[in-house]
Design a protein around this ligand. Sequence first.
Ligand code: SF4
Length: 202
Amino acid sequence: MKISETFHSIQGEGHLTGKPMFFIRTQGCSVKCPIREVCDQPESLVFRGGTEYAPAALAEMALAAVGPRGWVSITGGEPLDQPDFDELVAACRKLGLFINVQTSGLRRVNAPWDWCTVSPKAPVDELAILFAQELKVVYTGQSLEELRAYYERFSAWNYYLQPCADASGTNTDATIEKVFELNRLGMQWEFSAQWHKYLGVR
Ligand code: SF4
């Protein structure tokens, strides 16, 4: 399968922050994404490029990094664009690794995950997945109605708003204020920092 990069670090976002993980970033993203211009991972967006790996080889690399019962984060790009996605999950499971899938939620994830993070780039009506351990919305000024629709119609254990960075800076204050506003309206969203950026690690 086409891989943009692999690396061993700590999870910097969401509920699993601080957990050591082996990251497998797939190459290519077909999502019509409203924040494509400011995507954190521009080098992983196009389908040409990347390096071919066999799923079993990736699983072995992950095991060597994190050890038995460690975590693998399969991210992108959009991992569900990869035809070998299920095979990669199966190879990791066979070695006893835990699996965090990070997806935009526009396709069903059939392979069994341990922790699914959906970061939607479309209204909730257009998602193919309506349950995950965490929903992580990159805040770009979405309306209260749109955020309420995610909260009411997407079933998650954790709802996060994460700031967005563009050429003019990062909208951290506006994101925190929006979290507070949502809380006052009875929606228990939380703020997701990207701690790896503050720490200067991958
Ligand atoms: S869906 Fe994710 S990987 Fe694809 S362009 Fe948007 S932010 Fe980037």
